[in-house]
Design a protein around this ligand. Structure first.
Ligand code: PEP
Length: 254
């Protein structure tokens, strides 16, 4: 079954009201493939979600960059999955490496968040990826498998999950994974899903790549058979995000 190309833009902790309106205007004016070819989801900071959602053309959707692990209540500073649903926010990014590293989010905690967000009706971009040290010690596949297992152990359906493979050493560094490195991990993740979840989940789940994706390198990466799109940080704030969306039309290598 064909997996629709998916392009997410993670705006991280950036922007003013004026700046986000400008980014949205650029997105709305961009000549990009239609919604049956590519799914585009942008993720502004919480505070800008309503304004971005109200201005964005209906083909494009928004994602929060995180949500709380369980029902809201006495958790100062958190935003619950229920609140996102209440605002009509369809997607949430969970397990981003910046949160795993800086805020010590464990695999189990991320798995719990994914399960809770799904249970409330959100769709999830679930991030996995190894550090440079883990890659150099040869444990990349073990690390991403453990991160994926913590999710698999807690969810009953993968229908609303997009997996983002984001090698930590490639995020925000300008050091993009080579197309072969990306394809290798995506293919191994798909094999892991086949063996540990189901052949159907393996063939239908989108596995997108993140880590210094740009207008210049997106086409080569998109040509890989197991790269189903991108999660883009820095370049999603710039007009080149339009070129990255257009990579949806690149023909896959056999
Ligand atoms: C990200 O934050 O998810 C990311 C991939 O960032 P960048 O594209 O800037 O490396």
């Amino acid at each position: 079954m064909a997996r629709k190309f998916f392009v997410g833009g993670n705006w991280k902790c950036n922007g003013t009201t004026e700046e986000v309106k400008k980014i949205v205007a650029t997105l709305n004016d961009g000549q990009v493939p239609s919604a049956d070819i590519v799914e585009v989801v942008v993720s502004p900071p919480y505070i800008f979600l309503p304004v971005v959602q109200s201005l964005l053309k209906p083909d494009f959707h928004v994602a929060a960059q995180n949500c709380w692990v369980k029902k809201g209540g006495a958790f100062t500073g958190e935003v619950s999955a229920e609140m996102l649903v209440n605002l009509g926010i369809p997607w949430v990014i969970l397990g981003h490496s910046e949160r795993r590293a800086l805020l010590n989010e464990s695999n189990e905690f991320v798995g719990d968040k994914v399960a809770y967000a799904l249970s409330q009706g959100l769709k999830v971009i679930a991030c996995v990826g190894e550090t440079l040290e883990q890659r150099e010690s040869g444990s990349t596949l073990e690390v991403v498998a453990a991160q994926t297992k913590a999710i698999a152990d807690r969810v009953t359906s993968w229908e609303n999950i997009v997996v983002a493979y984001e090698p930590v050493w490639a995020i925000g560094t300008g050091k993009v994974a080579s197309p072969a490195q990306a394809q290798e991990v995506h293919n191994e993740l798909r094999k892991w899903l086949h063996a540990n979840v189901s052949p159907d989940v393996a063939s239908t789940t989108r596995i997108i790549y993140g880590g210094s994706v740009s207008g210049a390198n997106c086409k080569e990466l998109a040509g890989n058979p197991d790269v189903d799109g991108f999660l883009v940080g820095g370049a999603s704030l710039k007009p080149e995000f339009i070129d990255i969306i257009k990579a949806a039309e690149v023909e896959k290598k056999a």
